[in-house]
Design a protein around this ligand. Structure first.
Ligand code: 13P
Length: 261
């Protein structure tokens, strides 16, 4: 059975000091949740101190983005080597906010994915439809297009492809309080898993974690994560307070134990 991954995407929130306090608050309370992988993706400025603080605990630290380039004259960019040096285990790419506010194309996201797969950093590739796409029955077409373009020249033999994580984040659910129903989530997640089967292999499709993101909170996590193809969550707002984040981790751990028995 795939392990759950509960990931916080802090976006542009919390100071370094607040971030450190958050980690201190959860660090000692999560040791019993070995069946859940825990990830925090803070702003770049926090990576060094939070990676140090997380050492020896089961909290991983990840980045919210990465450059397509290795080094050079790319003002404002951060490379995979720089992230590795700071012990980043994961890196989010293709988040809808990057697509929307920074005009990131599927082609650019494909380059980032290719770059990350050449390292030991696990890419968390985000896909998701807008409200207009959903209302015009384009959801599956959009998801298929985003994934197919992201996978351009990537196949089952690509080095480290087994590290890939997908996050389904319907744009209409992000920061709106309008969470996808467990049925809507499962429907898209199983569609994604089938696409992974076709594009990669049955084995990889079985192995790759598919996270749900968009208005996840302690009250809705259980029903989402009980779905067969939902393997965790990428959480924005509810990952900013240690007690709500902990509560989501705790519920996920309980659901995991129940589903095994
Ligand atoms: P919210 O949980 O705030 O809706 O954000 C989801 C998200 O964008 C995580 O990457």
């Amino acid at each position: 059975m795939r392990k759950y991954l509960i990931a916080g995407n802090w976006k542009m929130n919390l100071t370094v000091q607040e971030g450190k306090q958050f980690l201190i608050d959860i660090k000692d309370q999560i040791n019993s949740f070995h069946n859940v992988e825990i990830l925090v993706c803070p702003p770049y400025t926090h990576l060094d101190s939070l990676s140090r603080l997380a050492q020896g605990s089961n909290i991983c630290i990840g980045s919210q983005d990465v450059s397509t380039e290795s080094n050079g004259a790319y003002t404002g960019e951060i490379s995979t080597d720089m992230l590795s040096e700071l012990n980043c285990k994961y890196c989010i790419i293709g988040h809808s906010e990057r697509r929307q506010y920074h005009q990131e194309s599927d082609q650019l996201i494909n380059k980032k994915l290719t770059k990350l797969l050449a390292t030991n950093i696990s890419p968390i590739l985000c896909v998701g439809e807008s409200l207009a796409d959903r209302e015009s029955d384009q959801t599956f077409d959009v998801i298929k297009r985003q994934l197919t373009n992201a996978f351009n020249s990537i196949n089952k033999d690509t080095v480290n492809i087994q590290n890939l994580v997908i996050a389904y984040e319907p744009v209409w659910a992000i920061g709106t309080g309008k969470v996808a129903t467990p049925f809507q989530g499962q429907e898209v997640h199983s569609f994604i898993r089938n696409l992974l089967k076709e594009t990669l292999s049955d084995e990889l499709a079985d192995h790759i974690q598919i996270l749900y993101g968009g208005s996840v909170n302690p009250a809705n996590i259980e029903d989402l994560i009980k779905q067969e193809d939902i393997d965790g969550a990428l959480i924005g707002g509810s990952s900013l307070k240690s007690d709500t984040f902990l509560s989501i981790i705790k519920s996920s751990s309980q659901v995991y134990e129940l589903s095994k028995s």
